[in-house]
Design a protein around this ligand. Sequence first.
Ligand code: BG6
Length: 521
Amino acid sequence: MAETPSLFDRLAVAETPPVAAEPVTVVIFGGAGDLAHRKLLPALYNLHLDGLLPPRTSIVGVGRKEFDDNKYRAFAKDGIEKFSRRPIDEHAWPTFADTVSFVNASIDDTEDRALAPLGSRLDIVEHERGLSGNRIYYLAVPPALFVPTVRQLNRARFVPPRDQATRDARPFARLIVEKPIGRDLQSACDIDDAIAEVFNEHQIYRIDHYLGKETVQNILVLRFANSIFEPLFNQKYIDHVQITVAEAEGVGTRANYYEQAGALRDMVQNHMLQLLSMIAMEPPHSLESDVVRDEKLEVLQSLRPIAGDRVDAQVVRGQYAAGFDLGKPVSGYRQEPGVSPTSTTETYVALQIFIDNWRWAGVPFFIRTGKRLPKRASEISVHLKEVPPILFNANPNGPLDPNVLSIRIQPDEGFALGISSKIPGPRVRVYPVQMDFHYGSTFGGTSPEAYERLLLDVMVGDSTLFMRRDAVEAGWRWVMPILDRWSAQKADAIPAYAAGSWGPEEADRLIESAGRQWRAL
Ligand code: BG6
């Protein structure tokens, strides 16, 4: 019997993208790397399955590996088999495979003709496929190669002069930059300056993959397409807000990068500040990309700076020690491969943040993120103020649970509203219950991955879900005094927490000293 299509599938069929993407060549620098394997090639394949890749699309991987086209296709297929949300479809695969090719080149800033092999290949591919030269360059390379790659693109004349590259000019050249953009404000500005010598801001798409998550996009819909929440979203009714991004995984094989980064740079400066902006921003007057991004920037600019000894009072960092993951013993961070045995890199951070604007004055936002926590769970919870201590809330020994709106970013995507209800029976007894929405049971199917949405947006030229230069720099500006304080402190200032626990005790004290508690997830 044929399966009934899920609501998601039926709605997806009815949906046409708002603007059709134009034929394009996607050039992936770092094409044989981990990101391409796990995320980019599977995302492009899923766009192909949905008929969303523009006709005649060409995907060219660039890297140091000695791949020919066939080997690269096998590499792409392997990534799709392992990481795609949908399996290989034997009918759809050959046409996708046909779009994929590989060029062996290494980006060496001193070598003038480093991109010559890519140039010849692009000429051939674009001629064969009848493409007009629209190109997207994806920097899926280590950050140290961002600037050299952009300079090479410029030297090879792959990018039109900036004064000719208006929004409507064709063919277009667009650049996708992965995080991390810099490791502090100065290095971020240096990278941005160097890129700005070659590309105009409207051609640059800085990825924060959290913005591509369906549940994160739904924050704006939840807030501004319903009349019940927005009137309450302010200091009159909200007691506090919590944002948690918990990961069960440890540092894995990324010690090289992570040792230089730590949780504040890796998660807070970007993903968590973006979540904070989305939940706290004013309603934009339109969905135009700069209008939305202006409102988000306002939030970042209203964050009360945390500096000097306020850092010790409002920020807690921690590092995981040996412990358990689902009952299995796991090693501590300092014992992970590639990590220094005396490392002081934080794998956990919790903060108390204030937004000094009219709407949120005095409302604390508590933020925490860490690796090797008990489970993978990301959630924003908005805690409303208690009802007055009369009627049902008159018992000081058993106060009612305040209402909480919890937005589950992942997994089990959805949201719930905790409310008080009467227990059936002759006596009046009040019990906390949940109004609960799950994407899975309502829409069925699997939502597109963040990278699918983001890649498609670059193809259609919509930068709403990307980080504008001013937002990246505002994020760095705000975290700098915290980084400065930490670098001036002694190494032993970093508390340990057992892998598989909810972080250091200091984080509990942080929130408890403000009269609140972390939500149990
Ligand atoms: C990345 C960080 O940006 O986000 C990783 O560099 C982190 O350290 C990852 O694990 C989390 O992303 P997700 O989508 O799995 O929540």
